[in-house]
Ligand binder design. Sequence first.
Ligand code: ADE
Length: 245
Amino acid sequence: MKIDVLTLFPTMFTGVFNESILKRAQEKGAVTFQLVNFREFADNKHQTVDDYPYGGGAGMVLKPQPIFDAVDHLTKQSDHRPRIILLCPQGERYTQKKAEELAKEQHIIFICGHYEGYDERIREHLVTDEISIGDYVLTGGELAAMVVIDSVVRLLPGVLGNEHSPVHDSYSSGLLEHPHYTRPADFRGMKVPDVLLSGNHRLIEEWRQKQSLRRTWLRRPDLLETYELTEQQKKWIEQWEKNKR
Ligand code: ADE
């Protein structure tokens, strides 16, 4: 996968791209990153990338020209039609499902604005997707792009070893993950559940599935609205509902 990031602050990304899994993903050849400062594409003498809003009002607006030209330049370098993603609070809310969809792409261009709004023609005639990472406002799209990139790259084939298979992630199964424990079995009087020490794999798997469902039922009941429950799962939830009353 090729990932290009259009930003006025490319150095914000260097720490994130050069550590841990994202670093390993590049070394393995699963992904290449290119950071592009779109100020370099501004066609005016002072290389300005923003301007006053038509109609007046506070704040500046990112001009269409530098961003359209930067995207044209990157698209010409590519054999594949890229996904062009604008990070903004008005976008569709980001989910694991979207991460899985994006992980199938060959080329993604992220556009990060800072402080300002974007000229509407960028939204209407350039981008393929607008993404928000949550219902809060950041100072710019850079942190949001890092979040999306991290969650997509870890899904690329070969990036995580089998030991960290994304199949069991919270959200990809539709449920939150079950609790985890490691040694010691008794830490300051806080004990690991007996079943995990029993060696009975069938019981352990059943305990994990039940915990995963219970945690979702308690913390994120909204996820269960679209989840198809098995008969066993329906029975567990009925029990918990009864105990609540
Ligand atoms: N830019 C500012 N806030 C944002 C958010 N919540 N998601 C994506 N981009 C943003």
